[in-house]
Each structure stands twice: as C-alpha cells, then as structure tokens.
Design a protein around this ligand. Sequence first.
Ligand code: ZN
Length: 144
Amino acid sequence: MELDSLYQEVILDHYRSPHHKGLSANKDIQVHHNNPSCGDEVTLNLSMKGGVVTDLTWDGVGCSISMASTSVMSDLLVGKGYKDAMNILNNFVELMQSKGQSVGDESILEDAVAFAGVSKFPARIKCALLGWMAFKDASSQVMQ
Ligand code: ZN
C-alpha cells in the first residue's frame, strides 16, 4: 500500500514510539479486542471521572497501522469528555469509510488524518479501527 510519505512518517513514529502504551493499574474497565484477519490484538484500560477520560492506556501486538492508530487515538482522547470523544471517534470512522475520498478534518482528528489513505484498503480498515472500537466498547460500559 502507498501512503503519502509525510503521513507514513507519522504512522511509523507512533509505531516505533507508541504513546500511552503499557497498562496502567488505574482502571475502571479493561477490554480486549482483536482483529483475526491481520492478527492484531489490543488490551485497553480506561478510567473516567465525571464523564471525562482521565486515564487511557493500552498494550498490544500487531501491524504498524493498528498499533500506531491506537497510539494516536490515546493521545487524542485523554482529557476529553465522553461526547467529544465520541465525536472524534465517529469522525475517524467516517474517514475510514470514505474509500479514499476524504482527507479528514485535521481540526478534529489532528494526527489521525495520517490514516486517511488507509480507507482505500478495505483489508486494513479494521486494523486502523481496532483501538477505537476497543475504546468505544470500554467507554460505553463505563458510561452506562
Ligand atoms: Zn493489522
């Protein structure tokens, strides 16, 4: 697959030096999600206080897209309220469903726009969404 080289750099940086990786002992909930088609796995620990994401850590193994996307997501969502977090998440899901037609809204997605090119590769979309779906699962359980 070919991605814009600047974007590729963002993804490789996060893959090599992932942010918020290493599970915090502090958690309201832990979820484990996997993507069998690629072999990616993510375990995510989440804490929320008053509807705000106070702690979001993860561990996992998998391809560069899945690991980098989870790293970028954790940067974006720590400190966000549930509504804001869901807005960002839905924006990213829309980007992944855009079949290469969208460049993404950088004011909302920041570094996550680097994954725009992934939307052209249906087999990799699940890789990019793995961590995000784990967060959606975890946060919806905490917010119940
Ligand atoms: Zn993958």
